[in-house]
Design a protein around this ligand. Structure first.
Ligand code: ADE
Ligand code: ZN
Length: 319
């Protein structure tokens, strides 16, 4: 089961385990509204995406220094290697930190401390994906992209996350156009809680190459046909979909149907510290709940390398 795989949908802030949150709170003198690790873990029961995001942003408050971001990324890489990850494209949410007064440079220098030699130390090649918070104004996203300009050699793509409904992709058309001018690739969360129409809009207006989640495309058969024809990858996150109540139970997850329809689906962990498991647990979970065959699991792993932002030589080495 520890088949080599790429992780393509992972928010670094979503890997903040309760134990590390408490350790960083103490190191930085930050008061957390929870008495213990156990009490915090007990709060990981979510009604929907927003109820999760409220806690996720609240806990980012413990991340203050370069070393905090380095420790966070290092903990993820060590765990990911043990789960068979060979390549990771990692989201980060700069606005969740700059809004609290943490400079962009602190965030990216800290993450880079762990990532720059990850291939030598962990055998994991990495890419950073700068995500814009879609519930903030487009002007704030543009400002964030300007702050990123000195660091473009560390960033592979831009992405779009946070509260989806009411924040359609088109709001960020100018930001994505600028990102493309800067040579960045593009992805976006779409069709998680929002409608299938947001998936089409992300492709047509933002020009994204990959859709994060995209589970609601199944409501639009013509769009499914298009994604199959154009081989647009979907970074599916099964545990996340259950915890955020996008699907009722893992056994109800449409992942197998997605594969049967010919969609280029991958399995990812999204925010593993909050959703009950990292990528291997997601693979094992869908294997057991959906009865996926060894061939289907191999397809999922293979899809992850096909969908990754790797050059042909690197891809050939992994496949
Ligand atoms: N930020 C972190 N996890 C997210 C998710 N699953 N959807 C949207 N924004 C997020
Ligand atoms: Zn996500």
């Amino acid at each position: 089961m520890l088949v080599p795989k790429a992780e393509l949908h992972l928010h670094i802030e979503g890997t903040l385990e309760p134990e590390l949150a408490f350790a960083l709170a103490e190191r930085n003198g930050v008061a957390l509204p929870f008495a213990s690790v156990e009490e915090l873990r007990a709060a990981y029961r979510f009604e929907d995406l927003q109820s999760f995001l409220d806690l996720y942003y609240r806990l980012t408050d413990v991340l203050r220094t370069e070393q905090d971001f380095a420790d966070l990324a290092e903990a993820y890489l060590a765990r990911a290697r043990a789960e068979g990850v060979r390549h990771a494209e990692i989201f980060f949410d700069p606005q969740a930190h700059t809004a609290r007064g943490v400079p962009f440079a602190t965030v990216i220098d800290g993450l880079w401390k762990a990532l720059h030699d990850s291939e030598e130390r962990h055998g994991i090649s990495t890419g950073l994906i700068l995500c814009f918070l879609r519930d903030l104004p487009a002007e704030s996203a543009l400002e964030t992209l300007r702050a990123a300009e000195p660091y473009l050699d560390r960033i592979v793509a831009v992405g779009l996350d946070s509260a989806e409904v009411g924040h359609p992709p088109a709001k960020f058309a100018a930001v994505y156009e600028r990102a493309r001018e800067l040579g960045l690739r593009a992805v976006a969360h779409a069709g998680e809680e929002g409608p299938a129409a947001y998936v089409a809009e992300a492709l047509d207006v933002l020009g994204v190459e990959r859709i994060d989640h995209g589970i609601r495309v199944l409501e639009d058969p013509a769009l499914v046909e298009r994604l199959v024809r154009e081989r647009i990858p979907l970074t599916v996150c099964p545990f996340s979909n259950v915890r955020l109540r996008v699907v009722d139970r893992l056994a109800d997850h449409p992942l197998r149907r997605m594969l049967e329809l010919g969609l280029l689906a991958t399995v990812n962990s999204d925010d593993p510290a909050y959703f009950g498991g990292y990528i291997h647990e997601n693979f094992a979970g869908v294997r057991d709940a959906l009865g996926l065959t060894a061939a289907e699991l191999r397809t999922l792993a293979r899809n992850s390398f096909e969908a990754a932002f790797l050059d042909d030589d690197a891809r050939a080495r992994y496949l």
